[in-house]
Write a new protein. Sequence first.
Lengths: 171, 432
Amino acid sequence: MPDATGLELIGQELGDAVLDTVFFRERATLVIDPPSVRRVLAGLREHGYSFMASLHGVDYYPEEPRLGVIYELLDMSRVDRIAVKLRLPLDAAEVDSAMPDLPQDPGWPTANHQEREVYDMFGVVFRGHPDLRRILMPEDYEGHPQRRDFPLGGEPVLFTFNDTDLPRSSA
Amino acid sequence: MSPVEQPPTEASAVSEYRRREQSITLSALGGPAVESTEDRGTAMTQELLTLNFGPHHPATHGVLRLLVTLQGEVVRDIKPIVGYVHTGIEKTAEDKSYWKVIPVVERMDYLSYYFNAMAFCGAVETLLEVDVPKRAQYLRVIHLELNRIASHLIWLGTSALDLGAVSIFLYCLRERELILDLFEMSSGQRMHTRYFQVGGVIEDIPTGFDAKLREFLKVMPERADQYGAILSANEIFLQRLRGICPLDAETLLSLGVTGPLLRAAGNPWDLRKADPYCSYEDFEFKIPVGTVGDNYDRFAVRLAEIYESVKIITQALDGLPEGPHITTDRKVALPPRHELATSMEALIHHFKLVTEGFRVPPGEAYFPIESPRGELGCFVRSDGSSKPARVHMRDPSFVNLQAFSSMAEGAYIADMIATLAMLDPILGGIDR
């Protein structure tokens, strides 16, 4: 992790795209403005953070804006990690995909499955993703199960004998 | 074997038998001359065929479904379809107190359960800022590395099975039994042991564990030698692996691939060395790396890792420090059983921990470890209550699967099977 000062420096270098920097338990996080995500990721790549280790979705219910997307970047030569976080409101949960190969920025092909997972579980739409479909839930599934207001359990199990009674197939 | 360009192999790599076989031509024997395969049946082979491969197919190592587009026997496109064993473990975890999450996360990647528990406990320990005693860290290392060997054994057995070597599967399971017996001895369970707890391990190792483990450590390298002797000298096995479906380190990195697959391509990235956690800096071991990143390197790297794991376990067992096996912080770990009869305070702590669980300060943590398949990271967000607000596993199988189409496109369908086996995906980890 960069130390708290290092994080501030990176934050200042990236300019007004960075809304806040959080340094908690040795973990450095840049909170950024969602539209500038590609610019920030490309800037961090120039800093050496060239490996995208992970991408998570988070639901901050009841806080607003509710949804969050977190990118975990890693610099393999200095063994240094930095997290980039952006927050999205539920009614405009759209952000640029990290995947496409842009003229100035080769993109992050590893984000493919992970962005699909965040879309599936939280309903965040990644603009420009070449194949944004559900990945873990069935294609005809309704709702985004990892949201905090999605109930746990209580879903009827599909068998052959109740195949016709369930709302999913009768609709 | 493969339309993919073969790396130059030394002359000595071709056996005498193979050279004699290749020197024979049918025309020299007076038979019909071999016609060029190019013009035979061109119309048929140009047609594309989409084949649904799986989800119920023994060679997919779980319920993985592949939509494969074939041109003749050559794979032109692969679309993996996953989610058949999605059980919502991450969602379930949000409804359980922290210590009750451990058994459910263990069931994600069902062959490396200690690793799942380690990543989760590590993330929670980071948030709690609790120190894990040295003895607990060494005990964790012993179990993690035993689990790595067990996981590699299953991989080796099933992969060899896919390539037609049935006997090796039985040998691998024989050694895995020894490891499961050790797990049963230390925790009472053979799989999904719930041995790792936040702050340490649930119980110290019993008497007799040490002797039994040493017996295993003596046996395992000999048996691994035998596997190497059976497989590495097997012409059919080598032909199915050497030079098949290589992928360079740069492409692998851009696809997020870590673990043995990346090391097979020559990049010695291993979190145990690069960013030591859980006292790995105390042990001396090597990181096996490959050269070209073909299927043979993937096989050789994993086989070599078994020896290194044995070395780590030996050192951890020799240097096992005395001391508590779990943190003495009573707000996190249960008090010892004998204290409950005499101490009111211990009874209160016990009651609070069992009913509500411990509360974790609000914040976010990401704890990456080196699992048998690559970087396994656990992201935990706490909102200050006794249940996690979000648990997310960055499972290496889920990310590594993205590299499959880059590896196997342009290869024969039979080589695709071999490549999938060498990729070692665990569907429980992919679908969670």
